[in-house]
Structure formats: C-alpha cells, structure tokens
Design a protein around this ligand. Structure first.
Ligand SMILES: Cc1ncc(COP(=O)(O)O)c(C=O)c1O
Length: 391
C-alpha cells in the first residue's frame, strides 16, 4: 500500500462542511435559502475587468513568471502609494500571487525552520484556519491566540509571555478581521511591530479585506514601518476588493530579502498568477471607482441587517469593517442557534467553526443582495416573534 502524509489528517476538514451539507440537502429538495455562510458575494466582477482579461487572451499562452508582469507590480506599488502613502520598490518589494490563500499557506515554507526551536506560528482565534494549517504543513506548530469581545478581537503580542514569543517565527494578524469584522488602528500596528522586531518574529498581515471599510479607511501594517519593511509582510487580494474571487489574484509586499526567498520557493512550487489574469489585475488595481461602488453596496446591506439585529436585541461585536457581521448567539450555543436559523431557511456560520475562541458567536456574510437581506431579516423577525427562535 502507498503511504500518505499523516500531516494531512492533522489538518482536519472544513469546519463549515456540516452546515453546508445540510444546506445542500435542503437545496436539492428545492427549498430556497437565505445564504449568509460563505464569504463570496453575489455582486458581479466589473465589466471593464472582465474585458481586460478577454482582450489579453491571445492564441498562444506561455508560462507566466513568478515575478509577473512589471505593470502588475507597478500597479500594486501605485495602489499602496495612493491608498496607504507607502512607497514600495516594485522590482524587489512586491510579488503577485494567485489569490491570498495560497500565499498565506505557502509563507511558512519560506520562513519556518522545521528542525529549529522556533517553529510556532501565532494567529488569532477565531480566525482564518489557513494560518495554522500552513504552519503544520511546513512542519511547524499552529499556535492560536484566543481573542475576545472585551479585547476588541485584537491580537496583542505584548500580552503573550516571553517563552511563547521566543518559540514563534511568524505572527499573522488580519484586520479588518474575518470572522468578526473588527478593525485595528495604526497605533496598534506600531505596537505589534515593536514586539515582533524585539523577538525577531516575521509580522505577516493578511489585508484581504482592506478595502471593505465603512467608518474610516483601514490602515496597512506597512504604514507602521516608516519606510523600513524589514521583517514585515502584507498580503493583499483582489477577491473582496474587486469581486474577483474566481480569478485568483493578489500580491505580497514588504521585506525585500524575504521576497527573494519567496520568489525562489514559488518558482520551485510553480505558483504564478496566470498571464491573462494579470492583465485583469492591472486594470483592477488601477481603478478605485468600482471599489467605492462595491463598498456602498455592502454598506446598504449593513443598513438592513444591523438595525434589525439591534431591534431584535441581538448583541453585535466587531463588525466595523468587512462584509461580515458578528453577533452573540442567544442562549450561548452558536451551533444550536445556527441550526435553529437553518430551520428558518437562513444559513449563518457558527463562530466555533473559526476556532474555540469563536464559540458563542455567529457570523453573517452579507452575500445576498440588499433585497435578499431584507427578505431574510423579515423571516428572522417573524420567527423570533412566533417564539421559534430565542432572543
Ligand atoms: C482572512 C482571509 N484571508 C485570506 C482569504 C483568501 O482570499 P483569496 O485567496 O480569495 O484572496 C480569505 C477568504 O475568504 C480570508 O477570509
């Protein structure tokens, strides 16, 4: 019998799979659902981005390079300059990615010494599980730090004891945050950077929700660097910003030496963004108007959902940015409340699916249209009024 990698068993399955299976069964029976589960909104990719891809699709398609087109790295660097006031060298401090997920997952392979004594990767729980999984795949240790409502769902490195910090090689932060929608300010980034540098930890910031803000623009970790990006990496994506989840396009920016190692790793793995996707990506990074329009659409959905939760007496936490809304499950059992909502044909994610730190909370992804959100909250309100759902 062939062998298989036992680490794959350690990773566990998709924690949201159970709910999705139930939902799929209902769909197969012809039941229509209000689906707030997966972070992949219904809004179309802007036509000019689609057009840029199609126009670039020639008869011959060659291997793309890991460095990608210079225009793409320049477009990313220009975006960082306009949006964050950060000046990057597109030749050495920017690398395109095939979405941010693979970049997050692959990073430890370039950083983590599996035979050394600094094999831990810190990340916030609840959180995106790929930070921990990438660590384990690279022979390291996933070291989730439990976040909470009282702490604003912020990961504060200074709160960890020195031994824990000394074991870590990477600290992932992710603001605006999935699943809570919490945000971090520039002062917080500066504090994390100081601790990370003191302990020689790579501060890696997953900024894929950077453009989905409502009160004030979310800062980037790179703003906290004052021009010295040593030991710092930001990962950005067009998935949420431009409605391009299917294109798989993002970028990494920061420490030039790390970028060289990543370039070598990624050439070895063969992870490069497809050439025609790069053409669409250049168009997307160069345009801000469609981003503002998308933000307005998410804002309209929030203006349907947030007042409803408030009137229904459901406690909202975080939820300042992203298209997620995070609320406390009445009765304290997130899985039970998500199941009860599914009985009402409304699908949400139980917070425990994002790690033990998410237990007792639920996440709504504002995926349906504004009208779909209205219909869902009507139904939800009726179920509460009829006593089928607890307050
Ligand atoms: C926190 C976080 N990071 C990264 C990703 C991956 O996004 P993509 O690979 O589409 O850029 C997601 C996707 O939902 C996410 O929630």
């Amino acid at each position: 019998m062939i062998t298989t990698n036992p680490i794959l068993n350690e990773l566990g399955g998709n924690p949201l799979a159970g709910m999705q299976d139930l939902a799929n069964e209902l769909r197969a029976e012809g039941t229509s659902l209000h689906d707030f589960a997966i972070g992949d909104p219904d809004e179309p990719t802007p036509p000019f981005i689609r057009r840029a891809l199609v126009d670039d699709l020639g008869p011959v398609s060659r291997y793309p390079t890991v460095l990608g087109r210079p225009q793409l790295r320049e477009a990313v660097a220009d975006w960082f300059a306009h949006r964050h006031g950060v000046h990057l060298d597109p030749a050495t401090q920017v690398l395109p990615t095939a979405g941010s997920k693979e970049a997050v997952c692959h990073l430890p392979l370039a950083v983590l010494d599996a035979s050394g004594d600094r094999r831990h990767v810190l990340w916030g729980d609840p959180g995106y599980p790929v930070y921990g999984r990438g660590a384990v795949l690279a022979g390291g240790v996933s070291d989730p730090v439990v976040l909470d409502h009282e702490g604003g769902w912020l990961l504060t490195l200074a709160d960890l004891d020195a031994e824990r910090l000394e074991r870590a090689c990477i600290a992932w932060v992710n603001y605006p945050h999935n699943p809570t929608g919490a945000t971090a300010d520039l002062g917080w980034y500066r504090e994390q950077l100081a601790v990370a540098r003191e302990y020689d930890i790579l501060l890696a910031s997953d900024e894929c929700y950077q453009e989905v803000w409502f009160d004030e623009p979310a800062p980037s970790v790179l703003e906290a660097c004052d021009g010295d990006f040593t030991g710092v990496l930001a990962v950005v994506s067009l998935s949420k910003r431009s409605g391009m989840t299917g294109y798989r396009s993002g970028a990494m920016a920061g420490d030039a030496e790390l970028m060289q190692r990543l370039r070598f790793l990624r050439t070895t793995v063969g992870t490069a963004s497809q050439d025609f996707v790069q053409a669409a990506a250049v168009a997307a990074w160069q345009d801000q108007e469609h981003v503002d329009e998308r933000r307005a659409v998410f804002d309209a959905k929030r203006r349907v959902v947030l007042p409803f939760l408030d009137e229904a007496g459901l406690q909202v936490s975080g939820s300042q940015a992203t298209f997620y809304v995070w609320f406390r499950a009445p009765g304290g059992d997130d899985a039970a409340y998500a199941k009860a909502l599914l009985d009402e044909r409304i699908i949400v994610s139980p917070g425990g699916a994002f790690g033990p730190g998410g237990r007792g909370w639920c996440r709504l992804a504002l995926v349906p249209t504004v009208e779909g959100c209205r219909a869902a909250v009507r139904r939800w309100g009726e179920a509460i009024a009829a006593g089928r759902l607890p307050r």
